[in-house]
Design a protein around this ligand. Structure first.
Ligand code: S3P
Length: 168
């Protein structure tokens, strides 16, 4: 089984991914990490030195490479990856896409001290989260086979719920 977790920054894709990978006995892969490893640079530095467009191109490249692998994995993808039409099509071909739906207040609380996400730095973070979320929610919904609400649940509970919904 191949599960792909999508959703906004701070939704818990990596944390829930770890739980799922353990339950399924497979690897957890993460597009941000794969990009950082391959290019020897943090996501932040790629944004800063080469710009967001380059980062988005690397995301698509990473998906295409993963699509050619035979092994099973759980994949957590960067919050902006499903915005590209091409990426949504690739995701759907690659596995069962699960949308982790999170409330804006939870994102703001979880990421209030975060400095690693270039899109959420500076002032007006609340406004930016709200604008980006409104743009992205329909795209996440379009890409996903199932959606799971994450607020107020533990990663373990979310992992169990995902497997029940998928296998149900
Ligand atoms: C981004 C989300 C980040 C990372 C980059 C851009 C986005 O990943 O890919 O900072 O556009 O939402 P997480 O969703 O894992 O934070």
């Amino acid at each position: 089984m191949r599960i792909i977790l999508i959703g906004f920054m701070g939704a818990g894709k990596t944390t829930v991914g770890k739980v799922l990978a353990k339950k399924l006995g497979c690897r957890l892969l993460d597009t941000d990490q794969l990009i950082e490893q391959k290019h020897g640079m943090s996501v932040q530095d790629i944004f800063r030195n080469q710009g967001e467009e380059t980062f988005r191109r690397l995301e698509t490249e990473t998906l295409k490479e993963l699509g050619q692998e035979d092994s099973d994995w759980v994949l957590s993808v960067g919050g902006g990856l499903p915005v590209r039409n091409e990426n949504r099509a690739l995701l759907r071909q690659m596995g069962t896409v699960v949308f982790l739906r999170v409330q804006p207040d939870t994102v703001l609380f979880r990421l209030k001290d975060d400095t690693s996400r270039p899109l959420l730095q500076g002032s007006d973070v609340k406004e930016r989260v709200s604008t980006l979320m409104n743009q992205r929610i329909p795209l996440y919904q379009e890409a996903a086979r199932v959606a799971v609400d994450v607020d107020g649940k533990t990663p373990e509970e979310i992992g169990t719920e995902i497997l029940e919904v998928i296998n149900g």
